[in-house]
Design a protein around this ligand. Structure first.
Ligand SMILES: C[S@@+](CC[C@H](N)C(=O)[O-])C[C@H]1O[C@@H](n2cnc3c(N)ncnc32)[C@H](O)[C@@H]1O
Length: 315
């Protein structure tokens, strides 16, 4: 079944709009563009393009004389992305279309580089979507998939001025997260651990020269918060901590998936109550620490966010 989740509204929209800022370091983007072999004049397609993040991020490497086609299930998103592309798609052609990733509206073997970012992790049958990406790519062309492995995110260490989780809380979060992930998969909402599976999926589809890198982004915030990146992260954390609607959306999704994963209603309610309480405490501490300049944090934010490249062989 194709997803019915609408990404143009609420916290999902905020996620692909706001949290895309500073998601990959600029020099890493340039390195990936070189590694992939993006060149001016190339024809690029972006599957599950959202607001066109991959388009504007890599435009400077292929856009001059080239073309970009952003494809997404959400009609609202492709309209908004087309509108904003007028600001970044200069000296080339950027187009957007509503399309289902399982049936891409393109003939076979036309595209020089077919990309996606955090799309495979949200579809029920990622290898079918990847097969479509391979189909529209020309022989000798490239398939690029940027997908995370979020299964272990609960265990990612953060050294911070905020109180650390106890070992018991960490293990609890890990157990709850695993049941949630299982339910999410069973409901057809995608595989949170897809990142590590992408290279083998490419190999199974006959791609060659497969290679992988990982996002080197470090979430580092230190007083006096001089960089725009640090100030953005502080602002975004406060926004998230105060966003009750986003919390409700998250709780609803968590509950549906947790129950589908075999968890009990009482275990779910107890955990969500704990998360709500923690959120209140964290919001207050975060605010006062930022104000008095004692807040700091460091963690490997991008560590398990893979960037995998494969080449479609000539027949
Ligand atoms: C997490 S967002 C990623 C958006 C964008 N690639 C980015 O990195 O900002 C996932 C996107 O995949 C789209 N999507 C999900 N299932 C799809 C499908 N079957 N066909 C096309 N797009 C799909 C959603 O509408 C959403 O915009």
């Amino acid at each position: 079944m194709t997803s019915t989740v609408e990404w143009s509204r609420g916290s999902r929209r905020a996620h692909i709009e706001k949290d895309r800022q500073f998601l990959w370091r600029e020099d890493t983007v340039a390195l990936i563009a070189r590694w992939v072999g993006l060149k001016p004049g190339m024809k690029v397609a972006d599957v599950g393009c959202g607001l066109g993040y991959l388009g504007w991020t890599y435009w400077e490497f292929f856009g001059c004389g080239g073309s970009y086609l952003g494809l997404d299930l959400s009609v609202d998103l492709v309209c908004q992305a087309a509108e904003s592309s007028r600001r970044w798609a200069l000296q080339g052609q950027a187009r957007f279309a509503a399309a289902d990733a399982y049936h891409l509206p393109l003939p076979s073997g036309q595209v020089d580089c077919t990309m996606c970012q955090t799309t495979l992790m949200h579809v029920e049958r990622p290898s079918e979507v990847m097969a479509e990406m391979v189909r529209i790519t020309r022989p000798g062309g490239i398939v690029l998939c940027k997908e995370p492995d979020n299964l272990g995110s609960w265990a990612r260490r953060t050294h911070s001025s905020l109180p650390p989780q106890t070992l018991r809380e960490q293990m609890w979060a890990g157990r709850m997260g695993s049941i949630y992930a299982e339910g999410r998969r069973r409901l057809g909402r995608g595989d949170m651990g897809i990142g590590t599976k992408v290279p083998k999926m490419m190999a199974d589809l006959g791609l060659v020269d497969i290679d992988a890198r990982a996002n080197d982004l470090v979430f580092l915030v230190l007083p006096p918060y001089k960089s725009s990146r640090e100030r953005f992260w502080i602002h975004r954390a406060q926004e998230r901590l105060q966003d009750d609607r986003a919390m409700q959306e998250w709780e609803r999704d968590f509950k549906e998936c947790f129950l589908a994963g075999g968890g009990s209603r009482s275990a779910c309610d107890r955990y969500l109550r704990h998360c709500r309480e923690q959120r209140g405490v964290t919001a207050e501490l975060h605010r006062t620490q930022v104000e008095d300049g004692s807040y700091f944090a460091c963690s490997a934010l991008g560590g398990a966010f893979f960037c995998v490249r494969g080449v479609k062989p000539a027949p």
